[in-house]
Design a protein around this ligand. Sequence first.
Ligand SMILES: [Zn+2]
Ligand SMILES: [Zn+2]
Length: 139
Amino acid sequence: MSTSHSLSGGCACGAVRYETNVNPVLMLNCHCRACQSASGSAYAPLVVVPKDGLRLLGELRYHRKIGDSGKAVERGFCPNCGSQVALKLERMPDVIALQAGSLADPAQYQPSMDIFTESAQPWDHMNPGSRKCQQGLAV
Ligand SMILES: [Zn+2]
Ligand SMILES: [Zn+2]
C-alpha cells in the first residue's frame, strides 16, 4: 500500500482534474437523502480535504441547495460528462469534499465514519467497524 498522501483524480471524461498533497481531514460515507438523490446511489463517499491545498484543473458547475442544517451544500459536477467530483459546505468553508469514486486510485479511500445513518436505505450496507452518526457531524 502506498504511504504517499497525495491524491489526484477527476471526472469520467477528463475535462476536470484535481490534485492535492495535503492529507485529508476526514473520510466518511454520507447516507443523507440529498446525497442519495444527487448520486443516484446509497451514499456519497467523501474525502474531506483543506481547500487551500487543492489544485483544480478545469471548471466544475455547482448545484446549490439548502440542506437540513439550514446551510447551503454545493455539489460540483463536470458540465460535460455530469460526474460528481466535489462538494462544498457553507458551514465548513475551509474544506472541500471529493467524491471517492473520482480518485485516480479509489483504494486510497478508507472511510472511518458513516453519517446520517438514520436516512440509510435497507439495501445499503455499512462497515460494522466504522463510527456511526445518526445525523451529521457536530461541527
Ligand atoms: Zn467530465
Ligand atoms: Zn449527505
